[in-house]
Design a protein around this ligand. Structure first.
Ligand code: GLV
Ligand code: MN
Ligand code: MN
Length: 417
């Protein structure tokens, strides 16, 4: 009986622990920036697991790993997956849970000798985080077709290494063309990375969509000089407007309210010395909103503030867009299916939008797509302390299993229409 299928939580938790050894931090977290040696080790592990599961494994030109389990028909697969790259201060679950729960679904289907109508594929996408190379969601963006392969291969990290060279170095510059298949549907399990589910005591989030994301790098240039001898009135110090920008981003986000959030997450002064007025400051601004018009309003207000500061402080401010994604709404049928499956399994469900970016937001442009969230303890993520209760992991993975089986056995005419 399909309804008797359950994931094996011990096996899934063991895989999460095993993967966390690659890039393990002393504080218990994980640092597995995209295309580093730790990422290579994690990828090798994933490929070995996929092969043991009998999946047909391909690596495409942007390094995405896809493993496919045959179905009765050889049409487009129903797909799940996520990413195993992390921020430098990452935890065990962001991304990893979705991909490894996908492998656990394959384990269950294999053990039950269950033949689905459609193939089932698990994807591990390259550089979802964007913490080393911008933009984020690179692998899923190229796979789905909205990002240009050549431009992404040319992206550089802070040391000047390109995606292309790093893919080749770690042996993941694959020969499968990007986007060589289109999924019939995509469904991703992820930790919430926010406080809503925990605060409301709800186990399962049926994700309605992903808010829009705007990332900008700012380079503020002034006049470097001696900190002791340069009179205050004669300075062109880029640190002062940099500090004002950080405060402005917070105040503007507060004033816009609603879902608007704003963050200055990275800031470096050059030459970064105690007794030198900086020559330049490089910083980032991350703005997000579920409403595209309001996100554009936030961008306009920031741009106006930058113009005023540049004039008042006598500094040059150069801006570069690192990433820009409009808000995405997931497929209503998939959202409804998640809620139905979760309730059948005895869980409370809440519909909520995602504050974080996800590979699912790229796939949503080309096929019916949805996500399921499980609670994050304390709403903490992008932090080694990131944690999700094993009971919730099991619940989310069971929802993933049941939803994928339904999507993969649904009659093809309906899901292709
Ligand atoms: C990716 O995790 C993002 O939302 O920044
Ligand atoms: Mn993630
Ligand atoms: Mn993340």
């Amino acid at each position: 009986m399909l309804t008797d299928l359950r994931i094996d939580d011990t096996r899934l938790l063991q895989r999460l622990d095993d993967l966390a050894c690659h890039g393990a931090r002393e504080d218990g977290g994980v640092s597995r920036l995209a295309l580093t040696d730790a990422d290579k080790a994690g990828r090798d592990q994933v490929v070995a697991w996929m092969r043991r599961l009998g999946l047909d494994v391909t690596i495409d030109a942007i390094g995405n790993i896809h493993g496919t389990r045959r179905g009765r028909s050889d049409g487009p697969p129903v797909m799940t997956g996520s990413h195993i790259d992390t921020v430098a201060t990452g935890g065990l679950y962001d991304g990893n849970l979705g991909g490894l729960a996908g492998l656990e679904v394959i384990e269950v289907l294999n053990a039950a000798r269950l033949e689905t109508t459609r193939p089932v594929a698990v994807g591990f996408f390259t550089n979802e985080e964007g913490a080393r190379f911008a933009p984020d969601m690179m692998g899923s963006g190229v796979h789905q077709g909205s990002m240009d392969l050549e431009a992404c291969l040319a992206a550089v990290d802070v040391n000047g290494a390109t995606v292309e060279a790093e893919l080749a170095r770690i042996g993941f510059a694959g020969d499968t063309p990007c986007g060589n298949f289109r999924a019939a549907a995509f469904f991703e399990l992820h930790i919430e990375q926010g406080p809503v589910l925990e605060r409301e005591g709800i186990t399962i989030g049926a994700v309605t969509g992903v808010q829009g994301i705007s990332w900008t790098e700012l380079v503020l240039s002034g006049q470097s000089n001696h900190a002791g001898t340069t009179p205050m009135g004669l300075r062109r110090d880029p640190m002062v407007p940099a500090a004002q920008i950080a405060v402005f981003v917070r105040d503007m986000s507060d004033r816009l309210g609603g879902s608007q959030v704003g963050t200055v997450g990275a800031l470096t002064a050059s030459p970064n010395l105690v007794n030198v007025v900086p020559a330049s400051v490089t910083m980032t601004v991350d703005l997000r909103n579920t409403d595209e018009d309001l996100l554009q309003e936030a961008e306009r207000r920031l741009a106006g503030h930058l113009d005023r500061l540049a004039a008042d402080e006598g500094v040059d401010i150069e801006t570069r867009v690192l990433a820009r994604f409009e808000p995405v709404t997931f497929d209503p049928d998939v959202i409804g299916l998640v809620a139905e499956v979760a309730r059948d399994l005895g869980h409370d469900v809440r519909r909520l939008p995602s504050g974080a970016g996800h590979d699912a937001q790229m796939l949503a442009r080309v096929c019916p797509t949805g996500m399921v969230f499980v609670p994050s303890v304390g709403g903490i993520s992008h932090n080694p302390a990131e944690h999700t209760d094993p009971v919730d992991i099991t619940a989310g993975a069971d929802v993933l299993l049941r939803t994928l089986v339904q999507l993969a056995t649904i009659d093809s005419e309906k899901s292709e229409s």
